[in-house]
Design a binder for this molecule. Structure first.
Ligand code: MLT
Ligand code: MN
Ligand code: ZN
Length: 304
């Protein structure tokens, strides 16, 4: 399978429009060694022609312009995106659907029932799209049943429920149910290679462990370096744990979770603009490097 990182940043992107934190200021004024990032999305294909989009970020328009295989090539109105998978109902992962309203057929969208509920109530993007060409919803269950996507037959998908947080407009905020957040295992049916994509992970539950262990490549929640990073920056009163994001450096954090996995490519994604790893000369970035963990960037692309 071919994997393309469309957006490696968390909600707000990097730099965030109203943020004057050292990272955002530094990258804006070219004072630090860092690269701007758009908001969280990847796309995957088995044949290089038909692409499954994972999450539709508010930056989708620029992301499509940055990646020719998604652009119209065959007819007057056309796209390389054959289906869309949503891992949650957060703004950074779903707002882009509104920018895709000109699609000439209903969008084939795969998400859990909990996400579908948010998308038809608290943040009724699916309802709004119903006034355009509509949405064909395909339910991803919370029982880890593998599924196929027409147009992407070379790949097998499995939704894996993750403990994280539901959006502020969800009835499940602070009281999550299975399906508010999922990770996705993607298996290439030809090579057998496995990718595990989890841009929002608050806590590792036992059933998730095997997906990490069996993966050839993990794209893991890279939101925060420390749990109180946004509090310390004077930006928010929220801890990472309250937002459903496990930090990298703390006890039981992402570095520790990934430490004993051997032969697995480990890459962080959904990186918040406050995270010191965005500064490529930071000590924190060096620590990651020593731990064999990569930091994804917009435009990163590889075969698995
Ligand atoms: C999250 O990942 O916690 C959300 O996307 C935050 C946001 O609303 O930007
Ligand atoms: Mn997010
Ligand atoms: Zn910032």
């Amino acid at each position: 399978m071919r994997i393309r990182i469309l957006g490696s940043g968390a909600g707000g992107g990097f730099p965030q429009w109203n943020c004057n934190c050292p990272n955002c200021r530094g990258v804006r004024h070219h004072e630090i060694n860092a690269t701007p990032r758009t908001q969280s999305s990847i796309t995957v294909s088995a044949n290089g022609t038909d692409w499954v989009l994972f999450n539709a970020s508010p930056d989708i328009r620029a992301q499509i312009e940055s990646f020719p295989p998604l652009q119209p090539g065959r007819s007057i109105r056309d796209t390389g995106i054959c289906a869309i998978v949503l891992v949650d109902a957060q703004i950074d992962h779903t707002t882009g659907l509104l920018m895709l309203r000109e699609h000439t057929a209903p969008w084939e969208i795969y998400c859990t029932r909990a996400v579908y509920q948010d998308m038809t109530s608290g943040f009724p993007v699916f309802t709004i799209l119903g006034h355009f060409r509509g949405v064909n919803w395909h339910e991803i269950d919370t029982a880890e049943s593998p599924f196929s996507i027409p147009g992407a037959e070379g790949l097998e998908f499995t939704g894996v429920r993750l403990k994280s947080e539901a959006p502020p407009y969800s009835p499940h905020r602070h009281n999550t149910v299975p399906g508010d957040n999922i990770g996705i295992r993607i298996v290439d049916r030809t090579t057998g290679k496995r990718l595990f994509y989890a841009p929002g992970l608050g806590k590792l539950e036992p059933h998730v462990r095997r997906y990490l262990e069996e993966a050839d490549c993990i794209l893991m929640d890279g939101t925060l370096w420390t749990n109180n990073e946004m509090v310390q920056a004077g930006i928010s009163d929220k801890l990472g744990s309250e937002m459903g994001h496990l930090d990298q450096s703390g006890e039981g954090g992402v570095m520790e979770l990934l430490a004993d996995l051997e032969g697995t490519r480990k890459i962080l994604i959904h990186i918040n603009n406050t995270n010191p790893i965005l500064n490529e000369e930071s000590i924190e970035r060096q620590q990651l490097q020593q731990a064999g963990i990569e930091v994804s960037y917009d435009g990163m692309e590889w075969d698995l």
